[in-house]
Write a protein that binds this ligand. Sequence first.
Ligand code: SAH
Length: 492
Amino acid sequence: MPLFPIFADLRERAVLVVGGGDVAERKTLALLEAGAAVTVGAPALTPVLRELASSGKLRHLDGHFEPDWLADCWLIIAATDDAALNAAVAAAGEVRRIFTNVVDDPQRCSFQVPSVVNRAPIQIAISSAGTAPVLARRIRERLESLLDHSLGHLAALAASQRQRIRASFPDLRRRRHFYDWLLDGPVAALLRQARPAEAEQALQDALAQAHPALPGSVTLVGAGPGDPGLLTLKALRALNEADVILYDRLVSDDILSLARRDATRISVGKRLGGNHDATQDNIHALMREHARAGRKVVRLKGGDAFIFGRGGEEISALRADGIPYEIVPGITAALACAAYSGIPLTHRDHAQSVRLITAHCAQSEDTLDWQALAAERQTLAFYMGVGQLETLGAQLIAHGRSAATPCALIENGSLPNQRVLPTTLANMAHDAGLHGIHAPALLLIGEVTAMAREHAWFGELLSQPSPASPPATRQATSYPAPPAASLPVCAI
Ligand code: SAH
């Protein structure tokens, strides 16, 4: 059964601490900080507790625990090193229905004190319900390092101007944008630099403008190849802040589920063979419409937006419309597929360069410099190539690359259903057909790809091509055409 988290207002409320040692001292100090009226009951106190008692900051009950001490208490903390005494305190608390914490004894607690990251007025409480205090502490350390110490100041400043902000931005969406500006913009930066007066001035200046206009914007975000763990922190933040998300087909549900819950999600994916330009115009129109309405738009693309993603065209359209934009790079399929199949794209002995190539458009095959692509000591990464394997292999071999050059096809790279097929230039089309390789799949060509056989560590490594594989001279027509569902998919 999960614990119910609460934050208690203890100002001037009576709290009893039983025990006068170091642990009791720590708990007492935390309670005093929260404004509690603390009574410490114990026959002996630490010097700090003694000092607090003599200066009137706490009340000291000198002696051994008696249930009478509980009268009028809101909370009790039993912090002695005597288990039997702690149990007696807990039992007495239970009878009187007073929440009791027994330090380091979750079984006897009716409330627990969480690990806390304190950026007052912001506080983050972490609990493992007493089962894994070490883990809770680790999480706290992580959060401590993530959250700048100026966060508390920022929250306090925002709170002090809350009414004015509300009055300036009656519309909730625009108010949220203003808060984003407040949290991400110059005010936060000034507080981080310990310049609170200037920070406050910057905030006042922004609010002084009558109905300051906060334009919408578009963030072009690369979502990576599919594994949500490959998103950048910036991508995650953009997803958290988005009002509208225009996403491509290749973007997985797992990634979309990380977006703000009430963001409007619009699929703008398209398949190969569709009318790309019409869709592209439609995407530009959607970006324009939502940004002009003051919304934060995330244009979410598979991999990286600037690698076969038409990101350049979309940025040009945004510039032409005068819409502010940001670009968050993503991990492109070539990098992810290589890493997730143990293939180093460059290698001192085998490959000094990598080329990212699209095999998508039929006409691009004519424009490709086959001579240059067939050169040794380089790795080729073909995107959108599943349907073109026959031609790609034949061209490279015809231009001088060895028919035995190792290749690897990586299907659904970085996803749980990833498959890696090591093959050769001569056999790749046949082997892909044999194993039913579907889009999205990436084709890597070059000596380095042979390493997948030993270094692959994720997903399924498909078996060696069968010895019965036909020779490189076979005709394209001798292999079954890929089913419709295996058509390469354009993520653009
Ligand atoms: N902008 C994307 C590429 C879009 S083109 C990027 O930077 O990755 C779409 C092609 O990318 C697919 O046909 C396939 O070749 C490749 N691709 C994308 N995601 C992939 C994945 N998870 N596994 C294998 N290939 C992928």
